[in-house]
Each structure stands twice: as C-alpha cells, then as structure tokens.
Design a protein around this ligand. Structure first.
Ligand code: C2E
Ligand code: CA
Ligand code: CA
Length: 542
C-alpha cells in the first residue's frame, strides 16, 4: 500500500469510525422515542377501554335493577324514585329515564314528553345508542344515551367521561368506534376511517403513518374498540431530547474510535520509519525453533526466527513487520541483521555440535541479490560453518524471477549451504517449476499439518505433498506439528524431520544451548542404561 492510499484509507476509516456510532446513537434515540410514544398511545387506548367497560357495566347494572323491580308503569312515582336512587349510586350514569317510540316519557327528574331523535345505531346486545342527546332539566349538556331495547329503560352517560384521559394534551386524539359498523362512537381529535383496517381480527394493532402513531385496542366484551393516536411530530420532539443525551455519547465514542483508527494507521504508516530506527538501534534479536528427527526425537537443527522488541518493551510479531520491510525495501537490511546476530551466536554452536544446522529465512529480494551470497559467505567464515551447517529457507513467493533466483540459489548451494522450499503448497507453482530449482528440503506448511486427523478435505493433501517430495528426492520437514498423532502420521509416511510446539517452541540462544546439552547428556545416560531413545529435553517443552 502506498502512502496516499494509506492516508485516504485512514481518513475514510476515521470518518466511518466517527459517523457510525453517531448514526447508531441517533437511530437508537429515534427508536426509543418512537417506542415511548407508541406505548403512550397504547396505554391511553387501554385506559379508554377500561373506562368504557366501567360505564357500560354500570349502565347494565341499572337496567338489571329496573327490570327486576317489574314496575307495571315504568314512570310510576315509585319507579322514578328507584331511578333517582340508582342515578345517585352510579358514578358514570348521569341520568336515567324511560323512552318509548322515540319519546322520553319520564326520568329521575320527573315526567316528560320530549321527542328524541331515532337511535344512531343498535348494538349486538340489544341496546340502542343515541349520540349527543340533551336531557330535560340538564340543559346545555350532551349525553351518550343507551336504551335497553327490551324495556325502554335508558341511561345517559357523560360522553367525555369515558374518553376523559390525557385531557391536558390536545395533540393526542382518542376515541371509541364500533367494530361492526366502523362508526365513531365517541372521539376527540383526528380519526381516520382507514385505521380500522389495521385491526382486522386482532386484539390490538399498532402502526404509524407520516402523520400519526396509532394504537387500537379491541374490547374483549363489547363490539367496540378504543384508539389513541399521537402525532408523528411528537416522536421528533422526543428524539431531540433523547438525541441530546445519546449523540454526545456517540460523538465521544466516535472520536475515541477515530483516534484509535488514526493511532493504528499512524503506526502502520510509521512502521518503515520505525523499522529503520530499529535496525540502527539493534532492537532485533533471534529465537531458535528446534527441528527434530522424527525417528530419534533428536534436535538436528533450528530455524532462526527474528524478533523485534520495541524500546517500550512491546514485541512486534514478524508476520506484521516482515511484510512491511519487504514492501518498504528494507528486508535485505533485516536479513543482514539476522546474519550478523547469527555470526556472533552460531559459531559456538557449530563447534560443539558439528552436525547441527541453522536455517535462515530469505525473502524474494534476498533471493534476487548478490549481496545475499556475500552475507552468507561472511556468516560461514565467522562461524566456521561446514557443509550443511547453514540452510536457507525460500518461500514459493520468493521464486518469481526464476532465472535470477536459480543463479543465486546455485551459488548458495555451491558454497555448501543447503536450501529448503518453505511454506510448500501455499503458492501455485507447478511441480515441474519447482523441480528446476534443486532444493534439498521441502517444508510442509503448517496449514496442511493442521488438517491431519481432522476430516477436512485438505487432509488428503499431505500424502500428495509427501509423494511429490519423494519424487523430487527432497527430504521433508513438517512445520507446526502440535500433536503426537500428527507426528505419528508423518513418521509412518516417511517424513524425516519436524518442527512444532509438540517438540519445542521458539526459544532464546541460551535455551537452545541448554536444551542441546541436556539432550546430549540424557542420550549418553540412555546409551549407558541400555540404549533407549533420547527424548526431547525438558526445556524444549516450553
Ligand atoms: P515461517 O517461516 O513459516 O515460520 C514458522 C512460524 O510458525 C514461526 O512463527 C513459528 O513460531 C511458528 N510455529 C512453529 N511451530 C508452531 C506450532 O506448532 N504451532 C504454531 N501455532 N505455530 C508454530 P513466527 O516466528 O511468528 O514467524 C512468522 C513468519 O515470519 C515466519 O513464518 C517467516 O515467514 C517470517 N519470519 C520470521 N523470521 C524471519 C526472518 O528472519 N526473515 C524473514 N525473511 N522472515 C522471517
Ligand atoms: Ca521459515
Ligand atoms: Ca514456513
């Protein structure tokens, strides 16, 4: 990635990092405000229903008592006294009377002959409903009047009482409508006929359109339903309030994330510069991971793995910085550094263990450069390395410029340095292509070793790689062996060497020397005690 792309990417990621949490905060705030208003509408609708049930229950109780009195004349003095008594005893019923042939004949207030309008409609339970009726002696008040069709007894209910909820908020429309006819029985504010379609056969419905949030609740006992609707604008008012709390939190999270992204991006951008400083300041050191003989368990060599410890103590993984060094054109300096460190450490090793080998990882640029030959020649001289003490590992990715690399590899081999193809199977090279490079070893990549013993389709690949290596007459080193079952599988199929946590993790030079001498000692003891196989030393099982 070049610098311009990296900067653009940083800015884009930063913007995303800041805007996403804010967008989420606003969305959550909107959802919260919406749910809150919808809950309000729903609870109002339920309240209206409760009040209407109470009213109707009282009306029916009044009718029941009047019918039970079995008065021969409904307007008799005695019956009217009963009406007055029932009227007083009922909170929701405002007046009681008797209607016959659309004439109010009497009420708890006296005898009348008041012609009234025909019923607006009749309910399924035998009641006639008149809306907005005036009662004699109660001028100026309009009542909802319910008449028991069978007896003519009539009760007046204050029309606002059953919907007298939330009276202080005029923006909220409330009401009651008849489910079979769809007619509004009582209501205040906005009511749209098409809302009823949303209820269908359901107990309740909640929905919204551009204008309103609506909740409808059907009565479980009567053929009507209550509704309440809140203007959508109220949601936005609520949203502003919720956003005032949530957006600053979103902004804070966004800014923090933005800084984190920037920090990471800066680190990424600054890595080449930091690598240069690290090279100057000798912040690199080596770990060694033993390579074992699968038959004897003996450590026959080790791979040198570079480590970078920053001045603040942080360890940077090679997977991160090797690729950066390769891109920034710094990898050859890194390889140089590896060889310099090896130059000071490996001499002692080869002197004490003449058959031991150390493997060095080379990148594409190393494999294309004459400087690598010089570096290896110096290393061999400094460490008094003999044939086979040094080994280089080249990945398939490093073999792109085949002609140049072949020449360099040829020179490396002629110096007595052995060669291994690393991460085998992860590239796309053909067998014949690889054949032309003349390697000594093939390293079976960890990703394939991982599949051994699992049902994965790729576990079929290892036997193929083994066959390939055999046909190319290459010795094999299996990487990343973590279980005895994997080791057993590889051993049985003739893989000679292995490397992995089962045997030893990468370790310091001192630990490697200690492990080797412990292993040598235990082998001597084993020989004395009857020639048992020397196991990998304790220290190796990190
Ligand atoms: P690699 O060459 O494939 O090295 C093997 C990696 O696998 C090492 O990771 C090693 O620690 C890890 N490994 C070994 N056995 C096991 C195991 O049983 N389980 C697991 N999970 N991992 C295991 P490391 O040291 O982090 O190196 C990563 C890569 O960095 C190396 O992969 C190599 O490509 C590169 N690298 C390391 N040192 C150098 C170097 O000096 N020069 C160059 N050019 N590349 C290097
Ligand atoms: Ca390697
Ligand atoms: Ca490898």
């Amino acid at each position: 990635m070049n610098k311009a792309t990296a900067v653009t990417l940083t800015v884009v990621l930063g913007l995303v990092a800041i805007s996403v949490p804010i967008a989420i905060a606003i969305h959550l705030a909107w959802k919260q405000a919406f749910n809150q208003e919808m809950e309000l509408a729903s609870s109002i609708a339920q309240d209206i229903l409760r009040r209407n049930h109470a009213s109707l229950d009282q009306v029916r109780a009044v009718f029941h008592e009047l019918a039970a009195a079995q008065a021969s004349d409904p307007c008799s003095d005695e019956n009217r006294r009963l009406m007055a008594k029932l009227d007083l005893g009922s909170e929701h019923v405002q007046a009681i009377g008797y209607i016959k042939d659309n004439v109010l004949r009497c009420s708890s207030f006296g005898r009348h002959k008041t012609v009234v309008s025909a019923p607006a409609y009749e309910t399924s339970y035998g009641a006639e409903i008149r809306l907005a009726l005036e009662f004699p002696l109660l001028p100026g008040k309009k009542f909802l009047v319910v008449t028991d069709k069978a007896t003519g007894y009539t009760a007046a209910v204050h029309p606002n009482l059953p919907i007298d909820v939330f009276a202080e908020d005029p923006d909220i429309s409330v009401g009651l409508f008849s489910v079979p006819s769809g007619r509004l029985i009582l209501g205040r504010g906005n009511f749209q006929q098409q809302w009823m379609g949303h209820l269908g056969d359901a107990e309740q419905a909640q929905f919204s359109d551009t204008q309103s949030l609506v909740a409808i609740q059907r009565s479980s006992r009567y053929a009507f339903a209550a509704f309440a609707s809140v203007p959508t604008a109220k949601v936005y008012q609520g949203l502003v309030q919720a956003a005032l709390v949530l957006v600053p939190i979103g902004v804070a999270a966004g800014v923090a994330l933005g800084f984190a992204v920037r920090y990471l991006a800066m680190q990424q951008l600054a890595l080449p510069a930091m690598l240069k400083v690290a090279l100057r300041r000798h912040e690199f050191f080596l770990n060694y991971q033993p390579i074992v003989d699968l038959q004897t368990g003996k450590w026959v060599g080790a791979e040198a793995l570079i480590r970078w410890r920053r001045p603040n103590g942080e360890l940077v993984r090679p997977d991160l910085f090797i690729a950066v060094a390769e891109e920034a054109g710094l990898i050859q300096r890194v390889t140089q550094r590896v060889m310099t460190i090896l130059g000071s450490e490996a001499g002692e090793l080869f002197e004490r263990y003449p058959d031991f080998h150390i493997a060095v990882n080379l990148s594409a640029a190393d494999l294309e450069s004459q400087a690598t030959i010089e570096g290896l020649r110096c290393l061999a001289r400094e460490t008094a390395a003999r044939h086979g003490n040094l080994l280089i590992e080249a990945t398939e990715r490093g073999l792109m410029r085949a002609e140049v690399v072949k020449e360099i590899l040829g020179e490396i081999r002629s110096m007595g340095v052995q060669t291994a193809i690393d991460d085998f199977g992860t590239g796309y090279s053909s067998l014949s292509y690889l054949e032309s490079f003349e390697f000594d070893y093939l390293k079976i990549d960890k990703s394939f070793v991982d599949t051994l013993g699992k049902d994965a389709a790729t576990s079929q690949v290892v036997p193929h790689i083994i066959e390939m290596a055999k046909s190319l007459k290459l010795e094999m080193i299996a990487e990343g062996v973590e279980t005895e079952a994997q080791a057993q599988f590889l051993r049985e199929r003739g893989v000679q060497f292995a490397q992995g946590w089962l045997f030893a993790k990468p370790m310091s030079f001192e630990q490697l020397i200690a492990g080797l001498s412990a292993s040598g000692a235990s082998q001597e003891c084993a020989l004395q005690n009857g020639g048992m196989r020397g196991d990998a030393p304790e220290v190796a099982r990190a």
